[in-house]
Design a binder for this molecule. Structure first.
Ligand code: FES
Length: 214
């Protein structure tokens, strides 16, 4: 029956009941949303093996030979070959693919802008080894550039990891390093966000890494 044919008191009662039901339903939806929100697993903090690089971490081999062993500067030829590495703090941080690093040694004085020269040492430069487009691992090409196999993104490791082809939206992130006791040591966090990292997360990780605690 439509409201036009009802007495005024009945119309008011119906409106009250309908409104109350609407409120009840709304509260129900909100309560359900709260419960679902509460059930959603909280973001777990990273384990020691998943934490990002931090100041003081030593770079260790990621390849099959010498895996986990510190990379020694005296063993590196300045030939531009690519060496894959993990950062190692208390433990090797190899349980987060995004921590994979690529390291190059060139003849001193041959690195080019926009490489952050103050974050290199003895011709050694280090980058995050994950493509900035959609997160594949980069590989070294015969011409000395880096190629991402997923969508042919390419980077110049001799020039600050600049994008020289394909879809990557920004250069590879250079990781500042220094040399101590023939080992390569992380000096601070990446100079720009790495793949999948927001600017705010990058800033937070940078602050944390500089305490040596990330
Ligand atoms: S993931 Fe590297 S170019 Fe797309």
């Amino acid at each position: 029956m439509s409201d036009e044919k009802l007495p005024k008191s009945e119309i008011s009662r119906r409106k009250f009941v309908t409104g109350a039901l609407g409120v009840t339903a709304g509260v129900g939806v909100l309560s359900l949303a709260s419960v679902v929100g509460a059930l959603k697993p909280a973001k777990r903090p990273p384990t020691a093996e998943q934490k990002p690089p931090a100041a003081g971490d030593v770079l260790v081999h990621a390849g099959d030979t010498n895996k986990g062993q510190p990379i020694k500067v005296s063993e590196l030829k300045p030939d531009g070959q690519m060496i894959k590495a993990w950062p190692k703090g208390e433990v090797v941080k190899d349980q987060n693919d995004n921590n994979l690093l690529v390291l190059f040694r060139y003849p001193e004085g041959t690195l080019k802008e926009p490489t952050k020269m103050e974050d290199t040492a003895q011709g050694i430069v280090v980058y995050g080894g994950i493509c900035q487009h959609l997160g594949c691992q980069v590989n070294l090409k015969d011409d000395g550039s880096l190629l991402c196999p997923c969508h042919s993104g390419s980077y110049d490791p001799k020039a600050g990891g600049e994008v020289i082809g394909g879809p990557p939206p920004r250069p590879l992130p250079q990781l500042p390093i220094e040399i101590k006791d023939d080992q390569i040591v992380v000096k601070s966090y990446y100079v720009r966000p790495r793949y999948g990292e927001s600017v705010s997360d990058w800033q937070a990780n940078r602050a944390e890494a500089e305490k040596g605690g990330a």
